[in-house]
Design a protein around this ligand. Structure first.
Ligand code: MD5
Ligand code: FE
Length: 203
């Protein structure tokens, strides 16, 4: 079942449920090469969400700002490559939302534990804003905050659960959004955490 959250934002409810264990096994392989770490924001705060990446580019944050880098700053090595199953699944989801030539070159992997949150922000470090972002939620549910094109626009709340996929593109691509503090819980796929994959065309 798919639900339009807004013009350009399509939720594919449960679309990743049957592939979740495969995705999680690939995440464990990525994590062995590029461990999860808490990035420092340009403002000097330590993020409550732990991140890693795979693909030609990975998302990094430090005192200099947010950007994509071909190298993992913690290891000095390229990020692990995008598993074929990631690329194929992201491309298929994007096509279901009408984006027929989406080829991601980056996958940001966010890991939330109880209390982890993402404050309201825009994703604007990608080069080509015509490409959508495909996000996949795994494990514990989260409350997603969906705003407008201006920081002070009103927000709506959506629950994102295990297996839910959202394709954010077109007029939704630059909307402000965030994730409320994760509630404590336990999920058979991820135990005490939520993992969110975002497939992006960064370069
Ligand atoms: C998450 N992650 O649930 C979200 C899913 C991030 C992030 O926000 O930057 O790692 S991606 C949600 C998203 C992406 C692009 C546009 C919009 C939402 N939007 O228009 O609301 O961990
Ligand atoms: Fe974001």
């Amino acid at each position: 079942e798919s639900i339009a959250l807004a013009d350009g934002a399509l939720a594919l409810c449960g679309a990743a449920t049957s592939i979740a264990d495969t995705l999680l096994a690939e995440i464990r392989a990525v994590e062995q090469q590029a461990p999860f770490r808490s990035m420092i924001t340009p403002g000097g705060y330590t993020m409550s969400v732990a991140t890693t990446s795979c693909g030609r580019f990975g998302w990094v944050s430090d005192a200099h700002g947010y950007r994509y880098s071909p190298l993992d700053p913690d290891t000095g090595k390229p990020w692990p490559s995008l598993p074929t199953v990631f690329t194929e699944f992201a491309t298929e989801c994007a096509a279901r939302a009408g984006f027929h030539d989406f080829l991601p070159d980056a996958c940001l992997i966010n890991r939330y534990v109880a209390g982890s949150r993402l404050s309201l922000h825009q994703d604007r470090n990608e080069r080509d804003m015509r490409a959508p972002i495909v996000s996949v939620s795994l494990g514990l549910p989260a409350v997603f905050l969906f705003g407008g094109l201006k920081r002070n626009d009103p927000t709506r709340r959506f629950r994102l659960s295990h297996g839910d996929v959202v394709v954010w593109g077109g007029p939704a691509r630059l909307r402000f959004h965030g994730v409320l503090a994760l509630k404590d819980g336990w999920h058979p796929a991820t135990e005490r955490c939520r993992i969110n994959l975002t497939f992006r065309k960064a370069g």
